[in-house]
Ligand binder design. Structure first.
Ligand SMILES: Cc1ncc(COP(=O)(O)O)c(C=O)c1O
Length: 436
């Protein structure tokens, strides 16, 4: 059959020249995007609740970001910071050191992707502690490179067939209250999952050989799993009592998404190293590790870096992003969006048996779908059907979770109330269709 639309035409060519392992969740091809709206090559408009997987907190094609990119591109696009440095990267490091949690002196390094930031955080923690083991969590997602894939929990599609994995990685259960791995209930559990770290040193890996523990405060791909308030204070104390570096992976939860600049701020703790990427530079490939200067500076010159790390165009975009977050009060906006979403999702949960749990923080909220509220059997096909229904009605939605049964919200924080309403109405229509 001859392709009837431009998207189908591109799709046909794609199937010949783009490897099938590099797949897409949707079948439309983007022509332009603005704020929280995306238009495809066939003129269809979509409300974007995905933001390119949590990358567009300031919205698509924000005029300030576009202007910064254009201005920098006209001056120069690359010299390599390790050969000929430039001011934008230094100014960005200064700003990031100021906004990341921790009352101590900090320093930053720039690389390109989330996975690369995590790789470097691990390298730095190992160098500083002269230890090798890394503790990670069930449901964690840290990337697709060998080390970060090894840190990641979900087997299919991220790990299956790609072993052997990097050594010296040890996995703990996480504070997944809805499906407590210890079979307990909060708060009577006393957050035993955090205390378990002390036992983990006996049964899995010695504290003396552990360089770092890495956690996403609100797990992203893992299903927006959000630990209780006592969790991180307890966990970090055990880490620090044992000379272990605490790495806070804020790649998905950072840059204002949860109503604070970083999700870990909600727990009022001070991580030693923080990794950021995604919404840092509004789609320009840029990531960073920011942390205690003494830990960061332990590494010898040229021990970390890379050809493109801290690209000047990306740094200028990130500087614009930080200005926008402040000038447009996006932290307050994320909190307000979160309140709206929470109210709406709580109401939906009362109406639709399918919604087993509503969780998350700020504008990082999720619905966990279950076939049965008693057995909590994951409703993965239903989540998939909901995403498909919404796409057909003009809403881009993402699922996540180890079972693929969680629907998450990562819309640009600048979304208008009207577009938010339209998107939520489509979601509700989809839930109703599923219930029939
Ligand atoms: C928490 C977290 N860490 C790391 C990564 C990897 O980032 P990237 O895809 O830029 O390598 C992701 C990506 O989804 C993430 O959500």
């Amino acid at each position: 059959m001859k392709p009837s639309s431009k998207s189908e035409h591109i799709s046909e060519l794609r199937s010949k020249v783009v490897t099938s392992g590099y797949s897409s969740g949707t079948s439309c091809y983007v022509e332009s995007a603005k704020g929280a709206l995306v238009r495809d090559v066939d003129g269809r408009e979509f409300i974007d609740f995905a933001g390119g997987i949590g990358v567009m907190n300031v919205g698509h094609s924000h005029p300030k970001v576009v202007a910064a990119i254009k201005d920098q591109a006209e001056k120069f696009t690359h010299t390599c910071f390790m050969v000929l440095p430039y001011e934008a990267a230094v100014l960005l490091a200064e700003k990031l050191c100021a906004v990341t949690p921790g009352s101590f002196t900090k320093a930053a390094v720039f690389v390109n992707s989330g996975a690369e930031a995590v790789e470097n955080a691990v390298k730095i923690a190992r160098y500083y502690t002269k230890r090798t083991a890394i503790i990670t969590f069930e449901n964690a997602f840290h990337g697709r490179t060998l080390l970060t894939m090894s840190l990641t929990s979900k087997v299919k599609p991220y790990k299956f067939g790609f072993g052997p994995f990097a050594p010296e990685i040890y996995r703990m259960p996480y504070a997944y209250c809805y499906r407590c791995p210890f079979g307990l209930k909060y708060p009577s559990c006393n957050v035993a999952c955090a205390d378990y770290l002390s036992e983990f040193f006996i049964s899995h890996v010695a504290a003396e050989t552990t360089a770092a523990l890495i956690a996403e405060p609100v797990q992203g791909e893992g299903g927006f799993v959000t630990p209780p308030p006592e969790y991180f204070p307890k966990l970090i104390k055990i880490c620090h009592d044992n000379g272990i570096v605490f790495i806070d992976d804020e790649i998905q939860s950072g840059m204002g998404r949860t109503g604070k600049m970083f999700a870990v701020n909600h727990w009022k703790v001070e991580p030693d190293l923080v990794t950021v990427a995604k919404s840092l530079a509004a789609g320009m490939p840029l990531s960073a590790v920011i942390g205690r200067k003494e830990v960061m500076d332990a590494v010898h010159p040229s021990g970390v870096g890379g050809t493109y790390g801290g690209n000047p165009v990306a740094c200028r975009a990130a500087l614009a992003v930080l200005d926008i977050i402040e000038e447009e009060n996006l932290l307050q906006r994320a909190e307000a969006l979160g309140k709206k979403l929470r109210e709406r999702f709580d109401t939906l949960q009362k109406e639709y048996e399918l919604i087993g749990d509503v969780r998350g923080m700020g504008a990082m909220l999720a619905l966990e779908l279950v076939k049965d509220r008693e057995t909590k059997e994951p409703a993965a096909e239903e989540a998939k059907a909901l995403v498909k229904f919404c796409f057909e009605k003009g809403l881009i939605l993402l699922s996540c979770g180890n079972f693929g049964n969680v629907i998450r919200t990562l819309m640009p924080l600048v979304i208008t109330d009207e577009d938010l309403e339209r998107g939520l109405a489509i979601m509700e229509e989809g839930l109703l269709a599923l219930q029939k």
